[in-house]
Design a binder for this molecule. Structure first.
Ligand code: TPS
Length: 473
C-alpha cells in the first residue's frame, strides 16, 4: 500500500473513532494486510509437488478445449482429484513437531524467518488433517484456495462446456473413492451443479478387498513397492536442502534446522497456501531451490507411480480399460457424462497407461533435464486436477481426445483428427496395443487381497448402490 493510502486510511480511522468517542491512537494501523499478500504467490504453485493450490496446465499448446466447429459431443468422462486439502496425518505430525521445535528457539527470528516472531500456525486442530480446506475451516476468511470453492467453480466451468450432455429428468451417477476428502469434493461439485439435476453419488470402496472394482487401483495392488527404484531416486543431490538449512541457521544462531526439516518447509508452504491463502514460508526459498524441489518430486513420482515403473501401466489399465469400454458403448448407455473423483496417484497411474506424459526418456537423477522434461508431476495432478476424455462426432466420424487441467494434450502418434483428436477406431486400436497382454489383477497379485476381478461399478451402480464407509486416508 502506498504511503498516501496509508495516511488516508489512518485519517479515516481516526475520524471515525473520534466520532465514536474513542481514542484513535489506541489502534495501530497494521504493517501488512493479508489482503495485500493473497494472490501474489501463484507463480510458485507449479513448484510445490502438487500439494499447493490448483493451477491450469502451464504449457497450453493453444488448442481450444471446446469441441471443434461442426462437431457434436457424444460422451464426456472426467477423472478428477479432490481439491485443496490439509496435510495427511503423517505429514501433519511432522509439521507440528517442526513448529514445536521452532517455538523452542529462545531468541527473535532474523532474516526470512522473522515473520515467525508474530505468527499463528495454520493447523489449528488435528481434526482438519486429511480433510479438504473449506470456507468454514480456513485460517483466513478471505482464502481463495479452498478445496470447496475449487470444486464448486470447477462444476460451473463443467456446466458451461458440457451442460447439453446432462439430462435434467433422469437420475445420473457420480462416482467417488471412499476417502472422505474425495467424497466431499464430489459432493461440493454436485451441490454446485444446482437443483435441476438428480444426482446419485456412488461411494466406491478404496479398501484393498474391493480388488478391481475400484477407483484407486493402487490400494488393491500388493505387488506395488514404493521403494522399487529408490536406488535411482536417492541419487538426486539434496545439497539444496543443506544450503537452505545452513542459510537459516546462519541467520539464526543456534537454530540447528536439519536438511530434512528444510524439506518439510516446502510442505508447510504448500499446505498453508491451501488453508490461509498465502504463506510467508514460501518466501524463504530461492527460485533455484524451488526448481530442485520440484524436479526431485518429478523424479520420485516418475519411478514410484509413473512411466519409470513398468508395473504402473498394469495398475492404470484397470481404469483405462473401463474408460475405453464406456467410450465404445456410448451409443447404448443412458448416461453421457461419467464423473469420477479419486486420488493423485490413481490419476497418474491411469495417465501412465494412456501414455500421455512419456517421451521414452527416463528421468535422470544426476541433473535437471530441462529441455527433455515433459513429466512435470505437479502440472498433471495438482490439487483439484481434472482429466477429461472427450468423444465427439464430426460429419460421419467420431474422435477422442484428452483435456488435462484445461489444456488439450494430444496423443502425438494419433492426433490427425479435428482439434488434434484421434479418430475413434484408431484410438481403440491404440488402446488395445497399449494394453496388450496387460492384466491388472495378475500383475498386482490382487488375488491375495480380493477375489473381485473386474471393474463393474459404472455398469451396475443402480443395482448395487455403492455407499462404502468413508475413510480418512
Ligand atoms: C500405486 C500406488 N501409489 C501410491 C499409493 C499410496 N497413496 C495412494 S493415494 C495416497 C494419498 C495421497 O493422495 P491425495 O492427496 O490425492 O489424496 C497415497 C499415499 C498406493 N497405495 N499405490
Amino acid at each position: 500500500m502506498s504511503q498516501d493510502k496509508k495516511k488516508t486510511l489512518s485519517r479515516l480511522l481516526t475520524s471515525s473513532l473520534l466520532l465514536h468517542g474513542l481514542e484513535a491512537f489506541a489502534i495501530p494501523v497494521k504493517k501488512s494486510f493479508d489482503i495485500d499478500k493473497i494472490g501474489t504467490q501463484e507463480s510458485i504453485f507449479p513448484f510445490l509437488a502438487g500439494a499447493g493450490p490448483y493451477f491450469s496446465y502451464p504449457e497450453n499448446y493453444g488448442i481450444p478445449i471446446e469441441p471443434p466447429n461442426k462437431c457434436e459431443l457424444k460422451q464426456i468422462q472426467l477423472i478428477a482429484r479432490h481439491g485443496e486439502r490439509y496435510p495427511t496425518t503423517s505429514k501433519g505430525a511432522k509439521l507440528l513437531s517442526l513448529w514445536k521445535s521452532l517455538q523452542q528457539y529462545p531468541k527473535s527470528f532474523n532474516g526470512s524467518l522473522s515473520f515467525l516472531n508474530d505468527y499463528q500456525f495454520f493447523i489449528e486442530n488435528e481434526d482438519v488433517l486429511e480433510m479438504e480446506t473449506t470456507i468454514d475451516n480456513s485460517v483466513n476468511a478471505i482464502n481463495p484456495y479452498t478445496g470447496e470453492m475449487d470444486a464448486k467453480k470447477h462444476a460451473r466451468e463443467f456446466l458451461s462446456l458440457y451442460e447439453d450432455l446432462l439430462d435434467e429428468k433422469k437420475e445420473f451417477a457420480v462416482f467417488a473413492a471412499s476417502s472422505e476428502r474425495v467424497h466431499d469434493t464430489a459432493q461440493f461439485f454436485i451441490d454446485s451443479l444446482g437443483s435441476r439435476y438428480n444426482v446419485s453419488l456412488q461411494t466406491i470402496s478404496e479398501e484393498p478387498s474391493s480388488g478391481a472394482n475400484t477407483l484407486s487401483a493402487g490400494y488393491s495392488c500388493p505387488a506395488w513397492d514404493e521403494d522399487q527404484y529408490s536406488n535411482i531416486t536417492e541419487k538426486y543431490s539434496t545439497q539444496y536442502l543443506i544450503d537452505i538449512a545452513s542459510r537459516l541457521n546462519f541467520e539464526n544462531k543456534g537454530l540447528n534446522i536439519t536438511a530434512n526439516q528444510a524439506n518439510m518447509l516446502f510442505t508447510w508452504c504448500a499446505y498453508e497456501l491451501n488453508a490461509r491463502g498465502y504463506s510467508d514460508m514460501c518466501n524463504i526459498f530461492t527460485r533455484e531451490e524451488l526448481i530442485h524441489y520440484s524436479y526431485q518430486d518429478d523424479l520420485t513420482s516418475y519411478y514410484q507411480d509413473g512411466p519409470g515403473y513398468p508395473l504402473i501401466r498394469a495398475v492404470g489399465s484397470n481404469l483405462f480399460n473401463a474408460s475405453v469400454k464406456l467410450l465404445q458403448e456410448s451409443e447404448h448407455l443412458d448416461q453421457r457424462v461419467w464423473l469420477s473423483f479419486t486420488h493423485d496417484t490413481d490419476i497418474l497411474n491411469y495417465l501412465t497407461t494412456v501414455g500421455l506424459f512419456d517421451n521414452g526418456k527416463k528421468l535422470d537423477p544426476s541433473y535437471v533435464p530441462f529441455r527433455d522434461l515433459i513429466f512435470h508431476k505437479s502440472w498433471i495432478i495438482p490439487q483439484g486436477a481434472r482429466v477429461y476424455t472427450q468423444k465427439f462426432q464430426c460429419e460421419n466420424n467420431t474422435y477422442v481426445r484428452y483435456v488435462v487441467n484445461d489444456a488439450v494434450i494430444p496423443i502425438e502418434s494419433c492426433s490427425d483428427g479435428p482439434g488434434f483428436s484421434c479418430e475413434a477406431n484408431n484410438f481403440y486400436q491404440y488402446a488395445e496395443e497399449t494394453m496388450a497382454n496387460m492384466n491388472f489383477f495378475q500383475a498386482c497379485n490382487t488375488s491375495s487381497v480380493s477375489n473381485i476381478t473386474d471393474l463393474t461399478f459404472y455398469w451396475d451402480w443402480k443395482m448395487t448402490n455403492y455407499n462404502a464407509t468413508l475413510l480418512k486416508e
